[in-house]
Design a protein. Structure first.
Length: 274
């Protein structure tokens, strides 16, 4: 019997790997490639002499931006399919980028390896928040900076996960909800054991589509968590109810007044200085 079937943590991570490989996350990532990573890099400061780690790099949004500064950048992700896209983007941009398949909860690097440890909408999806926080601190050098961008619980994406969570099976007891990484009090508790100077700054990422229909259909066709929720809930007969509740959420938050769709998704930039 495989480890993934006997170890609940490994089994959940395998499910996460499959989820993020589903659909077309590269298309989703294009919509978050400008404001959030630029906000983060301005907050932490990147110089050519820095060794930078981008944890849960996905298709490389933050890693590529950091590499353009001349810094030595490593991107790590649990999902190899996303790393293939990141590598192709690095070649196209003509920047050097080391990409490694790996786990945010078990970073394959020695202590104090990096001057900047980053993650943009990445580490919040690792299940054990305390383990992840400890790993981020462990690989960050004294005098270095940890910089994170996470969706907030009360923002668009946090509320979307809350709606889907009402219909989906409860996660294992060891797994914390991803949006909690966007809650200041929760993050302060995670880093309380470590000597970090923390700061928090909120921002908005705009999702603009010709209509609410097209926004909803985009997520249903391309975003792994929505795709997997639809598969599970369609089998259970509850997808229509979940979809209707998601539609109500999107319509309530739509700021466009001309029949199009403009949704502002709140995120938080977290900077921890060692």
């Amino acid at each position: 019997m495989s480890t993934a079937t006997t170890d609940p943590v490994a089994a959940l991570k395998e499910a996460h790997r499959v989820t993020w490989a589903a659909g077309d996350y590269a298309a989703v990532a294009e919509h978050i490639d400008q404001v959030p990573p630029a906000h983060l890099l301005a907050a932490v400061g990147i110089s050519p002499e820095h060794d930078v780690l981008d944890v849960a790099t996905g298709t490389g949004n933050a890693a590529l931006r950091a590499a353009r500064t001349g810094a030595k950048v490593t991107g790590l992700d649990l999902t190899p399919e996303l790393l293939v896209v990141a590598q192709a983007r690095a070649r196209q941009a003509r920047v050097e980028l080391e990409l490694i398949e790996g786990d945010a909860e078990d970073l394959p690097f020695p202590d104090a390896s990096f001057d900047r440890v980053l993650s943009v909408f990445g580490i919040q999806f690792a299940p054990r928040h305390e383990v992840t926080a400890a790993e981020l601190v462990r690989v960050c050098r004294p005098g270095g900076v940890i910089g994170l961008v996470n969706w907030t619980p009360e923002g668009l994406i946090g509320q979307m996960f809350k709606v889907m969570g009402k219909y989906m099976p409860a996660p294992p007891s060891f797994a914390s909800p991803p949006p909690k990484w966007g809650d200041e009090e929760h993050v302060r508790r995670l880093f309380a054991p470590y000597d970090l100077e923390l700061s928090f700054e909120r921002g908005m990422n705009t999702w603009a589509f010709p209509s609410v229909d097209e926004y909803q259909e985009f997520f249903e066709a391309r975003y792994g968590p929505t795709i997997k929720a639809q598969e599970k809930l369609s089998a259970d007969g509850t997808w229509d109810d979940c979809r209707a509740e998601l539609r109500e959420l999107y319509e309530s938050l739509n700021e466009a007044t001309d029949g199009t769709c403009r949704l502002e998704a709140e995120y938080v930039v977290i900077v921890g200085r060692r």
